[in-house]
Design a protein around this ligand. Structure first.
Ligand code: 8G0
Length: 445
C-alpha cells in the first residue's frame, strides 16, 4: 500500500511542482482513504482520487486598483473551483500576503471533504488574493474589493459558486464585494455568504466556526467522560474564529488564557470575560494585526515573537493559519499536560504534529472541527433561497446538530480495532465516500 501511495504522490508532485501546501493536504487524505479506494473497483476505474486532486477549473486574474496617493497598485486574484459533485462550489476568499495558488488549492481540496461532512449540498472551492490590508485605509480596501469583484463576478453565482470570507475578508469586505456584484450583475441573490444581517446574512455566521469547534470538542470530551467546564485553554489568533471559540468556551465555564497575533501571544492568567472578548473585535478593526495592546489594557503578559503552545493548558485550539503548530509545539503541549488539540484553523498543524498528536493526545482535524463555519454559510444559502431568515436559536440548534453528526461520522469511520477514535481517518473517509459516490454516479465528467 505504501508504495502505491508514494507512486500516487510522486505523480501528483510531477504535475504540480512546488505546490507544497497542496501536496501536504493531499497526502494526509490519501494516506487515510487509500484502503477504501483500493477496495472499491468502481472508484479506481473512474480514477476518482486522481480527479479529486485536479480542480475542475482555476481562474487567476490581475487586480489593479488606485491607492490613496493616486498610484496604481497591482495584486493577483484567484478562484479555484475544485469540485462540484455534491453542490455549487463553496468556500471562502482569503486576502493575505501568504496567498499563492498552492495555498488556495490546499484549501479548496480540503473544503470539498469538509463541505461533504456538513451533510449540506455544497461543493468545494476557494479563492483570494495576495492583497495585504495592513495599514490600508477603508477606502483603499473598498477599491480593492471592487476591482477584485469586477473580474470574479464572471465566474460565480448563487447556483454556481458561492464565496464567503476567510482570513482578511470579514463583514466589511463581504459588504463591498456584494455591492459591486449586485451593481454589475443587477441581481440580488445569495452569491456570497457572511453578509451583513440587513442584506441576507445569517445570524450566528460570525460565531459559527468557533462555536462549532467547541461543540465538536464537547463530543470528543464526552467520549473520554470529560467536560469543558474548568478546562484551561490556549487559543491562537485573535480574529473571527478565535473570538467565536473564546466566547463559547467562556460561556461553558472553560478558562481561556491565550490569544495570539503575528507579533506574539498574550497570557492572561485571569482568563477571558465578555469585555475582553469584545475587545478582540476592536483589535481586529484597527487593521494593525497586533495583540500586544491587550496586555497593557488588561494587565496580562505579552510574549513577543512567541507562540501560545508553550503555555500550560488542558486543551489547545489553533485558530490562526496553516502550519501554525509544529511537532515541537505538539510535544511541548503534551509534556505540559495538554490532552486535546482541536485544529480549528485549516491545516493548522504540520503533518508531523498531526502524527504526534494522534498518538499522544486526542486530536481533531480542521475539516471536521471547523466545519461549523461553512455549515452556517450553507444555512445562509438556504435562507436566501427561501427569502426568509431563521432565529438565532434555530440556527444555533442546526449548527449544534450538524457538529454532532460530523462527530458521529468520525466515530463511524475512524474507530479502530482497539476502540480508539482516529478523527483524521474518520473525517477523511466520511467526507470522501459521499463525494466519490456522487462522482461515480455522474459519469466521466
Ligand atoms: O463560509 C464559508 O464558506 C467559509 C469561509 C471561510 C472559511 C471556510 C472554511 O470552511 O474553511 C468556509
Amino acid at each position: 500500500m505504501e508504495a502505491k501511495i508514494k507512486e500516487f504522490m510522486e505523480a501528483l508532485k510531477g504535475r504540480t511542482p512546488g505546490e507544497i501546501e497542496f501536496h501536504q493536504a493531499v497526502e494526509e487524505v490519501i494516506e487515510t482513504v487509500w484502503d477504501v479506494y483500493d477496495a472499491n473497483p468502481k472508484y479506481k476505474s473512474a480514477k476518482i482520487l486522481e480527479k479529486m486532486c485536479e480542480p475542475e477549473r482555476t481562474m487567476m486574474f490581475r487586480v489593479p486598483w488606485i491607492n490613496d496617493a493616486g498610484e496604481v497598485e497591482l495584486n493577483r486574484g484567484y478562484r479555484v473551483q475544485f469540485n462540484s459533485a455534491i453542490g455549487p462550489y463553496k468556500g471562502g476568499l482569503r486576502f493575505h500576503p501568504s496567498v499563492t495558488l498552492s495555498v488556495l488549492k490546499f484549501l479548496g481540496f480540503e473544503q470539498t471533504f469538509k463541505n461533504s461532512l456538513t451533510t449540506l449540498p455544497m461543493g468545494g472551492g476557494k479563492g483570494g488574493s495576495d492583497f495585504n490590508a495592513k495599514g490600508r485605509s477603508d477606502n483603499e480596501i473598498m477599491r480593492f474589493c471592487q476591482s477584485f469583484m469586477t473580474e470574479l463576478c464572471k465566474y460565480i453565482g448563487a447556483d454556481t459558486d458561492v464565496p464567503a470570507g476567510d482570513i482578511g475578508v470579514g463583514g466589511r469586505e463581504i459588504g463591498y464585494l456584494f455591492g459591486q456584484y449586485k451593481r454589475i450583475r443587477n441581481e440580488f441573490t445569495g452569491v456570497l455568504t457572511g453578509k451583513g444581517r440587513e442584506f441576507g446574512g445569517s445570524i450566528v455566521r460570525p460565531e459559527a466556526t468557533g462555536y462549532g469547534s467547541v461543540y465538536f470538542a464537547q463530543h470528543m470530551l464526552a467520549e473520554q467522560k470529560e467536560e469543558i467546564k474548568g478546562k484551561r485553554v490556549a487559543l491562537s489568533g485573535f480574529g473571527n474564529v478565535s473570538w467565536g471559540a473564546a466566547s463559547k468556551l467562556t460561556e461553558l465555564g472553560a478558562k481561556v488564557v491565550t490569544i495570539s497575533g503575528p507579533d506574539g501571544y498574550i497570557l492572561d492568567e485571569a482568563g477571558f470575560d465578555a469585555e475582553k472578548i469584545e475587545y478582540m473585535l476592536e483589535l481586529r478593526a484597527t487593521n494593525n494585526d497586533v495583540v500586544a495592546p491587550y496586555a497593557e489594557k488588561f494587565g496580562a503578559k505579552f510574549f513577543a515573537g512567541k507562540k501560545p503552545w508553550e503555555a500550560k493548558v488542558d486543551m489547545a485550539f489553533p485558530c490562526a493559519i496553516q502550519n501554525e503548530l509544529n511537532e515541537d509545539d505538539a510535544k511541548q503541549l503534551v509534556a505540559n499536560g495538554c490532552k486535546y488539540i482541536i485544529e480549528t484553523s485549516n491545516m493548522g498543524c504540520t503533518a508531523e504534529a498531526v502524527n504526534y498528536a494522534i498518538k499522544n493526545c486526542v486530536f481533531a482535524p480542521g475539516k471536521a472541527a471547523n466545519a461549523g463555519g461553512v455549515a452556517v454559510s450553507g444555512l445562509e444559502m438556504s435562507q436566501n433561497s427561501m427569502r426568509y431568515s431563521w432565529t438565532a436559536k434555530e440556527v444555533d440548534e442546526k449548527l449544534a446538530h450538524i457538529m454532532s453528526e460530523i462527530h458521529a461520522t468520525c466515530v463511524k469511520y475512524g474507530t479502530g480495532a482497539d476502540g480508539k477514535i482516529n478523527y483524521v481517518k474518520g473525517a477523511n473517509i466520511g467526507g470522501f465516500i459521499k463525494v466519490a459516490d456522487a462522482m461515480v454516479a455522474q459519469g466521466c465528467v
